[in-house]
Design a protein around this ligand. Structure first.
Ligand code: HEC
Length: 443
């Protein structure tokens, strides 16, 4: 009897020694890779910041990390470059979490628990401290409970007298429930013939004379900075590169609200972190298209730079509807990031660089696009696209009943902004030589 008793005690003791614990093994992984979203006030449904909070989720956490649904990341490493914002866990970390959950999810020695990483309240960018400047909508906007709302621009004059150079930018909605997107631009002036009202809206003022070239000029001098949609919202640039923010210009927050059934308010923000020195490279974001798309094997002229391409609508029930766009690079161009944007029928996307000698290099493969997770895939090292190379982007759309996000498979889908319409915006960011901005004191 005595020896059996001794054995019974011994076996669990050995097993326990092999089971990873929360404090020593699992918490360091969760604190590094999960709490940026899984904490109070952030996008994820529950906090993963303490043993007590994590314990009831042990089984779900194992399932989501083993299936690689969490952390969310949609680029297939097999057909993609390396990205510095890659959120994927290593296989060793996944195995640790699985062994911990299977072993009863023990707490471990409290003395082993690492400190929670310091994260500035409300900002995703966590390694740069609080922003150097925060640009806000002038007043909170009231959003009605129902209806389809147009996108609206709120203008905020640039509040400094010398140019500044952003090394990081983050768009932050004031109210995530109702904000479908907030996109920040910087513009050289107000739309011709307008003045700002107290909300920051540019309203027509008949006393201001409009000259013939004014609207063309206005369109030419608008630069997209960054935008928030679920899963993305911030950008960071290496030393020497960034965004030039000239005095005398206007920040524009382009707001798109989707009513929730309750009256809501929102006051969105743009956080800015500055370089100390002027940058050599000004980064721009555009769509990879020279104005021609191939749709169903047929070439269609879409118009370069047009926001609403003139492409045929997606037919009802089409399940693998393909569109191809191309952009030729006449000179060497440094590229920083890639980001396909589509809506609910977006299915899969690829970016391929065709080198001048014809060699094809796949840069990004997103095998199952998810509208809820739009990512700027930031290249680990900025990459030079050589003169004469061509960027080819391919998108597929699923308007069938098998697409569980599809609001109406029986409908033809138009190209427009609402999320039940579609878009194909294969964005990328590239560098140009930073000019001394107009109005600067050193030009
Ligand atoms: C970029 C933000 C983000 C990161 C990083 C992230 N999550 Fe999530 N997580 C979410 C959001 C948002 C949801 C809810 C919607 C969904 O499932 O996509 C979620 C859902 C979950 C769920 C399912 C909850 C439920 O209600 O069933 C689990 C489990 C989970 N996450 C675990 C993790 C773990 C573990 C990590 C780190 C290894 C992690 N997540 C990293 C944002 C994130």
């Amino acid at each position: 009897m005595r020896s059996i008793f001794a054995l019974a005690v011994l076996v669990p003791a050995v097993a326990a020694a092999e089971t990873p614990t929360f404090t020593a093994d699992v918490a360091p992984i969760l604190f590094e890779s999960c709490v940026v979203c899984h904490r109070e006030g952030e996008v994820a449904p529950m906090a993963l910041t303490s043993y007590r909070a994590v314990r009831p989720w042990a089984r779900a956490i194992k399932d989501k990390v083993v299936s690689r649904e969490m952390p969310p990341w949609h680029a297939d490493p097999a057909g993609s470059l390396a990205f510095k914002n890659d959120r994927r866990l290593s296989q060793a970390d996944i195995d640790t979490i699985a062994a911990w959950a299977d072993g009863g999810a023990p707490r471990g020695n409290p003395a082993d628990l690492p400190a929670l990483p310091p994260i500035p309240a409300g900002w995703q960018i966590r390694d740069l401290g609080e922003p150097d400047a925060v640009i806000r909508m002038p007043v909170a906007e009231q959003i009605p409970a129902f209806g389809e709302l147009p996108m609206t621009n709120y203008y905020i004059p640039v509040p400094w007298d010398e140019p500044k150079y952003a090394r990081a930018l983050e768009s932050k909605p004031g109210n995530r429930e109702v904000t479908h997107h907030t996109v920040a631009y910087i513009r050289s002036g107000l739309p011709p013939g307008t003045r700002l009202n107290e909300k920051g809206l540019a309203v027509r003022d008949p006393s201001i004379e409009v000259d013939d070239n004014a609207s063309f000029e206005f369109a030419q001098r608008s630069v997209k900075l960054t935008g928030y949609a679920p899963g993305k919202g911030y950008k960071r640039y290496p030393e020497g590169a960034g965004r030039v923010l000239p005095p005398g210009w206007y920040f524009v927050l382009n707001q798109h609200y989707q009513p929730t059934g309750r009256p809501e308010t929102d006051r969105s923000e743009l956080g800015l972190w500055f370089h100390d020195e002027p940058v050599d490279t000004d980064v721009h974001e555009i769509v990879a298209s020279d104005g021609i798309a191939i749709v169903g094997g047929v070439e269609v002229v879409t118009g370069a730079g047009q926001r609403r391409p003139v492409i045929p609508n997606i037919p009802p029930f089409a399940d693998d509807w393909k569109i191809v766009t191309m952009k030729v690079f006449p000179e060497d161009t440094t590229v920083f990031s890639l980001s396909p944007h589509a809506h609910l029928r977006g299915k899969r996307f690829t970016y391929t660089l065709v080198h001048p000698d014809g060699r094809e290099q796949t840069l990004l493969t997103v095998p199952s696009y998810d509208f809820n997770w739009q990512t700027f895939y930031e290249l680990t090292e900025p990459m030079v696209f050589p003169a004469g190379s061509k960027l080819v982007t391919v998108g597929y759309y699923d308007n069938s009943v098998r697409n569980r996000y599809n609001p109406s498979p029986d409908r033809e889908v138009y190209w427009a902004e609402q999320s039940w319409d579609e878009m194909f915006n294969p964005f990328f960011e590239f560098g140009v030589e930073a000019e001394s901005p107009k109005g600067s004191t050193n030009d």
